[in-house]
Design a protein around this ligand. Structure first.
Ligand code: GLC
Length: 434
């Protein structure tokens, strides 16, 4: 299996740990109808201020968040330090638009970093390049005030260089005030998109080259994502709200990649959203991602009281129940070089020479593994370590009544119990010969 070429960021721990928590939390949380609510509903700053004025997550306890995430089997987290609305979770010296100035009155980022770090998590910061609150962020075709011609005229002299200075200054705060930061997740550039008027923003607006240089100087080894409009600086590719068909490549070469996904198509808390994905589908998504050599960053949008709502908790705990028995088919695993049978996925731990067959549908008694006839020393169900019998069939054997006919000489056949094990996705652990 071809491996991605090394990049400036240290992704060794990342491609081992595989599974992370994305957290989207801000004043949009109180609107409770998607983190783009200000943009979608074209809400003016004066109107939007009510969410800031009522931000008071009195039940906020990040140790609870960290424990739920750890029990779900997650190993790193990426939190929105500032989203497109411009609201900052930490006590930034560069703005008054921050949690410390809300009724809650405190920095919410520092206790979160401490709590997750105490649970052994690697630390990641999402930081929005876009800022719909900053007075020098030019109004463009995706801005909340994009259709207000009077507003656009009044603010046409905004200076993106002053905004870039703010962007760099806050990035410096985040990378010097919170200890070791393992991931910097900027979002997003849109310079190459076409609009009826004006233009999107990209590397020149953010001064991305200078920003990347500073990030790497401040936090050597940090992993940078791919949304600065500077492809050469990316350590990881970030497909979102879709699953790649296979290992992601750039110019035909495999790259480190991380799919970021939601429970319900909204990153921010969305009270009335009914599109919640079932736990079993989320578990299959995690397996599918690792089977293609990728990571999964699964999102929770905490609510305005500072809690993971019960629908999120239910899913995290269902994933955790599966991971409790099957995490060794995820951690340290990657894609395998053979195609798995229909309705299954392979993940492979090359260090331990263990192949994992994930059964998305429970088969009728047998699974045929082409190419593995001579490669497997032992097989067991991972949930209870019960042996799975293996056999091969002479290619010349004729089928007759209950006797299976022959097929390929290199096919290994597994005989499975009739009753599906009582786990979301059963896994067969195959011990490969040296
Ligand atoms: C998109 C959305 C943004 C979200 C991000 C997560 O950029 O616009 O709201 O934070 O995806 O990857």
């Amino acid at each position: 299996m071809q491996q991605p070429l090394p990049t400036a960021g240290d992704t060794r721990w990342f491609v081992h740990d595989r599974f992370g928590l994305f957290i989207h939390w801000g004043t949009y949380t109180l609107a409770a109808r998607h983190e783009w609510v200000k943009q979608r509903e074209r809400i003016r700053d004066e109107e939007y201020q009510k969410y800031f004025d009522h931000f008071d997550p009195d039940l906020y306890d990040p140790t609870i968040w960290a424990r739920e995430a750890r029990n779900a089997g997650m190993k790193y987290f990426v939190v929105t330090t500032k989203h497109h609305e411009g609201f900052c979770l930490w006590d930034s010296a560069l703005t008054d638009y921050k949690a410390t100035n809300t009724p809650y009155g405190k920095d919410v980022l520092r206790p979160m970093v401490d709590a997750f770090r105490n649970e052994g998590f690697k630390v990641g910061f999402y930081h929005s390049l876009i800022d719909w609150h900053h007075p020098e962020f030019p109004v463009d075709p995706i801005h909340p005030m994009r259709d207000d011609l009077e507003y656009r005229e009044r603010h046409k002299d905004r200076d993106i260089r002053k905004y870039a200075e703010y962007l760099h200054g806050q990035t410096r705060e985040l990378l010097t005030q919170f200890g070791k930061v393992h991931i910097m997740w900027f979002d997003f550039s849109y310079a190459n998109r076409q609009y009826p008027w004006g233009r999107g923003k990209g590397r020149d607006d953010w001064q991305s080259e200078k920003l990347v240089q500073m990030v790497r100087e401040l936090q050597p080894g940090i992993i940078l994502n791919d949304r600065l409009d500077l492809p050469e600086s990316a350590d990881v590719r970030t497909p979102e709200e879709y699953q790649p068909r296979g290992w992601m490549t750039v110019d035909g070469k495999p790259v480190v990649w991380e799919a970021c996904q939601t429970f319900n198509r909204s990153w921010g808390y969305y009270r009335d959203n009914m599109d919640w994905r079932e736990p079993d589908e989320l578990i299959r998504t995690l397996i599918d991602t690792v089977s293609k050599g990728g990571n999964l960053l699964l999102n929770v949008g905490p609510n305005g009281r500072g809690e993971f709502d019960e629908r999120s908790i239910e899913r995290l705990r269902a994933i955790g129940a599966w991971m409790r028995l099957h995490s060794r088919s995820i951690y340290g695993c990657t894609a395998f070089d053979l195609t798995p049978p229909p309705d299954t996925r392979f993940t492979y731990n090359p260090a331990k020479k263990r192949l994992y067959l994930h059964l998305f549908a429970w088969p009728y008694k047998h699974v045929h593994l082409d190419g593995l006839a001579s490669r497997v020393e032992y097989a067991q169900l991972l949930n209870d370590a019960s042996e799975v019998k293996m056999f091969t069939v002479d290619p010349h054997q004729q089928a007759q009544n209950t006797t299976m006919g022959g097929g390929r000489s290199d096919t290994l056949i597994l005989e499975l119990p009739i009753a599906k094990p009582r786990v979301a996705v059963p896994v067969v652990e195959l011990f490969l010969k040296d």
